[in-house]
Design a binder for this molecule. Structure first.
Ligand SMILES: NC(=O)c1ccc[n+]([C@@H]2O[C@H](COP(=O)([O-])OP(=O)(O)OC[C@H]3O[C@@H](n4cnc5c(N)ncnc54)[C@H](O)[C@@H]3O)[C@@H](O)[C@H]2O)c1
Length: 330
């Protein structure tokens, strides 16, 4: 994205110290934008910001605080007197933890949205972007397209859909442009969670055998984090607000295939121990293939492949964890 094309100068990133938020901050910082990162470091970390040189940068303000707290918002107001664009990426991204306990999704995924709406009137907002997910759709027999009905089967999906709806109502009432981005599985570094991250952590504990959640038949689409950010920035730059599936338009990759690619990458090669269920955990969608025809109606030039993104991510996440372990040993 060209600096002069993205007109918005001032960006607030809720959840900016996580995987996607820190990558977004880095992209925006290269475009010389003024950035406020807000995070309580529950899943993201200050180290992520330091490693990406986002900590001691004059254009970037880091606010350590909970989005559900008014004190945090007072800091956000002080730092954002001019017109701002807000990115809501904060959530309980640890979807499994919400399988039995609804509170992480209620508090960190949904309540953070309500808190944003409750506090946004004090800001001059030029727009809102919300990180939603394919999890809003639930199990369907077809590829998942934006106009389908949504029947989420996890607390995470429910909290994302409720957040979408609350933001839509707010956007209509206040006439603030809103981008709802429903992401495929996003891969890359600095990983904070997700299938590959889990596999590497298990391997570090036991390099002979790695347990796979589910029987491996789960089939999903995967997108690299840099491509995700380019799509989001282009849609905002072109003022195409609305609901967008963001992912590759391919047939996805199975968990079995990913686990095998992961194992082949390692020395020693671990044995893979598959489960028996068609899902990884209660609330996991066995199949999640996004239909991104709407997106590729606009950006025809791109040929993306879930498998290529997985290959890159295995390499990058492996290096990331190697670095972390090296630092821990020193
Ligand atoms: N990574 C994916 O594959 C994927 C797919 C679909 C949707 N999403 C969504 O994209 C967004 C970013 O995902 P990510 O992968 O970067 O996850 P992440 O966990 O790395 O980032 C989320 C950040 O939000 C912060 N946070 C959570 N609750 C907070 C609170 N109450 N106050 C302040 N900060 C809080 C966490 O500390 C973390 O840094 C999330 O909303 C996630 O649900 C991600």
């Amino acid at each position: 994205v060209d600096k002069k094309n993205l007109e918005i100068e001032n960006h607030i990133i809720l959840g900016g110290a996580g995987f996607i938020g820190s990558n977004l901050a880095q992209h925006l910082s290269r475009l010389s934008k003024k950035i406020t990162i807000v995070d309580n470091f529950s899943l993201g970390s200050l180290k992520i910001l330091e490693d990406l040189n986002l900590k001691n940068n004059l254009n970037i303000k880091v606010i350590d605080g909970d989005i559900n707290s008014s004190t945090t918002w007072n800091h956000i107001y002080e730092n954002n007197l001019e017109e701002s664009f807000i990115w809501h990426l904060a959530a309980n991204s640890d979807i499994k933890s919400g399988a039995t306990n609804p509170y992480p999704d209620l508090i960190n995924t949904f309540q953070t949205t309500a808190s944003l709406i409750a506090h946004a009137r004090e800001l001059k907002l030029s727009g809102i972007a919300f990180a939603s997910s394919s999890a809003v759709y639930g199990n369907k027999n077809h590829r998942l397209s934006e106009e389908m009905s949504c029947d989420p089967i996890s607390n995470y999906g429910v909290a994302k859909l409720a957040s979408e709806n609350m933001l839509r109502a707010y956007s209509n009432l206040r006439e603030i442009p809103l981008w709802i981005f429903r992401f495929a599985n996003i891969v890359g570094t600095p990983a904070t969670h997700g299938l590959l991250f889990d596999l590497f952590l298990k391997y570090k504990k036991n390099n002979h055998q790695v347990e796979i959640l589910g029987n491996g038949s789960q089939l999903k689409t995967y997108l690299g984090v840099n491509e995700l950010i380019k799509f989001m920035l282009k849609l905002i730059e072109q003022k195409n607000s609305g609901t967008w599936n963001l992912g590759p338009n391919d047939q996805g990759v199975s968990v079995e295939k990913i686990a095998k690619l992961f194992a082949e990458h390692l020395i020693p090669i671990p044995a893979l121990q598959f489960g028996i269920t068609t899902h990884g955990w209660p609330g996991d969608m066995p199949t999640a293939l996004l239909n991104c025809d709407k997106l590729f109606g606009l950006f025809q030039e791109t040929k993306l492949s879930s498998e290529v993104f997985i290959h890159h991510a295995i390499h990058d996440i492996g290096n990331q964890l190697e670095m972390i372990l090296k630092c821990d040993r020193q």
